[in-house]
Design a protein around this ligand. Structure first.
Ligand SMILES: Nc1ncnc2c1ncn2[C@@H]1O[C@H](COP(=O)(O)OP(=O)(O)OP(=O)(O)O)[C@@H](O)[C@H]1O
Length: 257
């Protein structure tokens, strides 16, 4: 029997009259505890919107999201983060006036406070243990020699790795990564794959949205495919690679380019 940590149940997200997620019957899928789930689909399929529903950035028009049997859909994003759900964004977010390490330290000690309160808390100065933990997170993503650099000096790929470090520092039980390889150079992509493999081995539940299918299909143990906001297919990576509906809707189009 699979142990389910997260379930999306009949979720619908409408923006005005436009249905971004849910199709005709609502979107439902489950995430195994400790699993590495890949969420794929063509542009506009509803992947980021689904992440926003899970992490509480958006409230579903209909349906619900549950983590360990607790309904998340009614909670604020900061409360969901405090329950152990971390995420990165498709467009990396950073405090531009802070150094690399201070960007990791923001919110590290009291994630439930939210970033602004935590930023003010930085005036107290972090204790040594927190600083060492943040340094370790930055070492893991290959930014050990950039600790005191301004984030303004980081490349797009490095900013993305900074977001990963920020989440590693919080040690989430579930981590959602939105297009983690986008703009990341091949060396850092290898590092990223190592980090995901290690987190997976440590029992962290991972959900990864990615257009780089070669990267994701090698790492994930299950794949959910969305099309027009609805579930097109789900299964292990091999069955998804062979699924005629996926090939025609998505993989086929990719292969032609
Ligand atoms: N705030 C919003 N208001 C209106 N429409 C939105 C909003 N956010 C997303 N959409 C629309 O919902 C659909 C799904 O968008 P979403 O970003 O979730 O897709 P995606 O699968 O992540 O796409 P991509 O791979 O291009 O990032 C798209 O048609 C998008 O234009």
């Amino acid at each position: 029997m699979n142990d389910i940590i997260l379930s999306v149940e009949n979720a619908v997200m409408d923006f005005g009259g436009f249905r971004a997620v849910g199709g005709d019957h609502g979107l439902s899928f489950k995430v195994n505890r400790g699993g590495l789930l890949g969420l794929i689909g063509p542009n506009g399929a509803g992947k980021s919107t689904t992440f926003n529903l899970i992490s509480g950035v958006l409230k579903p028009t209909k349906g619900r999201v549950e983590m360990d049997g607790i309904e998340l859909s009614t909670l604020k994003a900061a409360d969901i983060a405090a329950k152990g759900l971390g995420r990165t964004f498709q467009t990396p977010r950073a405090f531009p006036s802070l150094s690399v390490i201070d960007n990791v330290l923001v919110g590290a000690d009291h994630p439930e406070e939210g970033p602004i309160a935590a930023l003010l808390g930085r005036w107290r100065g972090p204790d040594k243990a927190l600083r060492q933990q943040a340094e370790h997170a930055l070492e893991r993503v290959g930014l050990a020699d950039r600790l005191h650099d301004s984030v303004a000096n980081l490349s797009g790929g490095e900013l993305r790795m900074l977001e990963v470090a920020r989440q590693l520092n919080r040690n989430p039980r579930i981590l959602l990564l939105d297009e983690p390889t986008a703009g990341v150079d091949p060396n850092l992509q290898v590092k990223l794959a190592e980090i995901l493999t290690q987190l997976h081995a440590e029992g962290t539940t991972l959900i990864v949205v990615e257009h780089n299918l070669a990267f994701l299909l090698n790492l994930a143990d299950r794949i959910v495919v969305l099309q027009n906001g609805a579930l097109l297919a789900e299964g292990d990576p091999d069955s998804i690679r062979r699924d005629p509906a996926v090939i025609s809707a998505y993989l086929g189009a990719e292969h032609e380019t």
